[in-house]
Design a protein. Structure first.
Length: 133
């Protein structure tokens, strides 16, 4: 797998990376209108509120779309499966798929979150739900 560029958390997403360090997947919910927001931003795009609550999500979802990504300087190296995951709670997250071969991936495939150290960085990753590839 290609090397990972470490995230640079800021005030809008520090909560997310703090939770990942604890093997938890969280998203923000607007305190004004209850809209979930991922990725997080400084204000709610629906109502303009800057007040938020953070809540843990199930980590279950399905593959919305995916590609096999290869590093441009290492095109013959092992690729990684990059996917857009539709979380059960109704927001999308970009992540990697693990424990599955590219030929077995399909849109709509049920997945679940797992956490892994990649180049010394704790990241949320996804795998086929129930370990079925």
């Amino acid at each position: 797998m290609a090397h990972v560029i470490p995230p640079v958390p800021n005030r809008d997403d520090q909560f997310f990376w703090d939770a990942v360090a604890e093997d938890r997947l969280v998203v923000r919910r607007c305190a004004g209108c209850a809209r979930l927001q991922q990725p997080p931003g400084p204000m709610c795009p629906a109502c303009g509120s800057v007040e938020w609550a953070v809540g843990e999500v199930s980590g279950k979802g399905e593959v919305y779309s995916w590609i096999v990504s290869r590093h441009p300087n290492q095109p013959d190296g092992e690729g990684r499966i990059v996917a857009i995951i539709d979380l059960a709670e109704g927001v999308r997250l970009v992540s990697n798929l693990r424990d599955v071969q590219p030929a077995a991936v399909r849109n709509g495939m049920p997945v679940e979150v797992t956490f892994a150290e990649v180049d010394g960085i704790r990241l949320p990753q996804f795998r086929p739900a129930g370990g079925n590839a």
